[in-house]
Ligand binder design. Structure first.
Ligand code: BG6
Length: 369
């Protein structure tokens, strides 16, 4: 049942190309335009949306953070991400033009369900991004956009995360398409690139041996930091979460720009730091800014584990290790850059002899508030 793999998590990591591909499948017409009739929401109603709030917990909330950057960039609709349990009890500002998107693999997370119910009571339009057919959150929502990751058994989410990001991209690009004009043209171009992602994940998974080696050498490590910027920021936080969940190692993800405002004080000789580097084509010179961050922490003795696109030579002088990922458009990069971090956490956990699929104290779906 584990398909030849020794853990479900390893199997699920390797199923990610398919999880992304299947989540895209059947959602475009012959002209290559997105069709989301399955939502059964009047297009005009979606056109009137003037604000989006994403509610979720854990890994799903990091998918939501990635979605925020992408959807705002593609549609110019303001998007906010709230942890579901915080949203529910903070007197959220919601109108009938607010779209509340919940993200949940199980569809049963009580915190997320309560947030959705509350949003609906307040008059919001609610869409559930969910991996489990017939589960509670989709039933309690106005519409559902299913992720097609297949059953996820390992407690720590991997393929569902990639499928959630993909579904949110589809939703964002669809909203851009509905806006028309240059929004629609740009969306069309990104969609073409999105269809290339499954092949790129396969390519990436084939080259993970060095990441495994690094993880095995680090079995005694007590703290790991993760830096990222823009869409790389939630990837850094997800990398840290995976390491906490699976290997019980203290780990923190930071926005790279925040480094000088505090976290740099943590850097001492030998401190391992993963840096998720934006592609060189990322707007606003963010690539150069993150490369400077690597330089700064290396000068203070950090061990720099750099995740960068193929051909990005600027990182070379400051990297102790470079993990290469295929290049793609900046907003889509999380579907690639998170993969080595998943593999790293998995391998470190097994190197420590821990139960990868069922980490202590965690449950796959938490059905209490
Ligand atoms: C946590 C799980 O309790 O719930 C995480 O351990 C998961 O892996 C989170 O990301 C949210 O779960 P769901 O099913 O709502 O996506």
């Amino acid at each position: 049942e584990k398909g030849g793999y020794s853990t479900y998590m390893e199997k699920e990591i390797n199923e990610q190309p398919q999880a992304v591909g299947d989540t895209l499948l059947g959602r475009t017409d012959e002209q290559g335009r997105l069709t989301l009739d399955e939502l059964r929401i009047d297009e005009d109603k979606l056109r009137q949306v003037d604000r989006i709030t994403i509610v979720a917990c854990g890994t799903a909330a990091y998918a939501g953070m990635v979605a925020k950057y992408a959807i705002e960039h593609w549609t110019r609709i303001p998007v906010e991400v709230s942890l579901a349990h915080e949203f529910r009890y903070c007197d959220p500002i919601v109108s009938d033009r607010t779209l509340v998107v919940s993200i949940s693999q199980s569809g049963e997370t009580m915190d997320t369900l309560m947030a959705v119910k509350h949003a609906r009571e307040l008059g919001a339009l609610t869409i559930s991004v969910c991996n489990t057919h017939g589960s509670t959150i989709p039933r309690e929502s106005d519409a559902v956009l299913y992720t097609h990751a297949g059953p996820e058994i390992a407690v720590a989410s991997t393929k569902a995360f990639l499928a959630q990001i993909t579904a949110c991209y589809v939703l964002g690009l669809y909203l851009a398409q509905l806006r028309g004009g240059s929004y629609a043209d740009d969306a069309q171009q990104v969609l073409t690139e999105l269809h290339d992602i499954p092949g790129k994940i396969t390519e990436l998974l084939d080259g993970m041996e060095r990441v495994r080696e690094i993880a095995r050498f680090m079995a005694d490590t007590r703290s790991v930091l993760f830096l990222g910027r823009n869409v790389g920021y939630p990837v850094a936080m997800e990398g840290a979460l995976k390491l906490k969940e699976l290997a019980y190692i203290h780990a923190e993800g930071f926005a790279a720009g925040e480094l000088k405002h505090g976290p740099i004080a943590l850097i001492e000789p030998g401190q391992p730091v993963f840096i998720v580097v934006p592609g060189p084509s990322t707007p606003h010179g963010l690539h150069g800014k993150v490369v400077s961050n690597i330089q700064e922490i290396r000068a203070r003795g950090a061990r720099t584990l750099v995740i960068a696109e193929h051909g990005d030579t600027a990182v070379e002088p400051f990297a102790d290790e470079i993990i290469r990922v295929p290049s793609t458009s900046p907003m889509l990069a999380p579907l690639l850059t998170v993969v080595p971090l998943q593999v790293f956490a998995l391998e470190l956990s097994s190197a420590k002899g821990l139960d990868v699929d069922q980490p202590r104290n965690l449950a796959k779906s938490v059905t209490v508030e």
